[in-house]
Design a protein around this ligand. Sequence first.
Ligand SMILES: [Zn+2]
Length: 352
Amino acid sequence: MQQNEGDNSGAAGLVEKRWFFEYLDHIAGTELKARSALQGSTQMRYAAARARQGGLPLSQIAAERMLAVLKPGAVVLLTTGTGNPVWLPQGETDGPSGIAVLASAFAALKHRVCILSEKHFLPAILASVQAAGVPVLASDNWSQRPFGALAVEFPQGKAAAHEFVPHFLDGQPDAAVALFVEKPGPNAAGVFHNSSGKPKAPDWVGHLNVLADQARARGIVTGAVGDGGNEIGFGMIREALTGVHPYAAQCGCPCGKGIIDATEVDFLFPAAVSNWGAYAMAAAMAASLARPELMPDWREVEASIVAPIAHGAFDGYTGMSVSTVDGTSLQANKAVFRLMCEVLQLAAAPAR
Ligand SMILES: [Zn+2]
């Protein structure tokens, strides 16, 4: 099929490609956790999300929803950034590379992206995005170019979010998709938690759930990737997880409402590692368009994993300043990424 710039009509072949999306989902869900309390939880979250969204592969749903609204000139909002002042003051290695690979795919599709996070997380995220080959631009340049990334600092605290978001969205009339990757959201009591149940200080975090809610209300397609349950988007399956998810009913903190986020989005993809879910969503767009070249090379992906470390990001599991992601080795990340690229080659090959 002839593909023109900004023409996403290749998505028509999605039904016949169902198994390629199954493969992408499987690869992104390859659970490699060393802690017994976490083992098996990826499949539990994935199964609940898949049942809730109608049963199709989740990477397929993500690609369908995004490609349907990504008309020429459309802008994509990308958010990530997780941490806490003591252990991960400038963020972690899971999240930035996922955003970087998505930003790279959107740049290849000639879409501008806007990257939002708190000021303490932005440097590591932007380093990752640039390492993947996507230029981070000043606002004037960004608005005049067909692709590239704009960085926007999201304020900390709840009141500041409510003040900031309407003005921000007014200034982004071309925003068509908003993605939340490994981005913590509050539970039903409005309390943010880390994945093991500890509450986060509300004035230290950006309340990006406000962006998710208001973007969705304006008709922007919202999607989320997470690997814990405390991230934005898990509101979709909050009830299904209550009683089966560790810390779902009880977080152990005084709020007593559990860690599960209460934010609703249009599509949710629980993965073993959030970066892998983001890679799978980018790969699913590439598969549905039969354009494997939308994915960056592994060398750029590797650079996008490593670059945040020089800006203070640590591994979120160990708190060490090393190039592992949620405790998984760089070699494991390479294997996961390469397997997804293998699927893209199969999806792009003539039907046999
Ligand atoms: Zn709590």
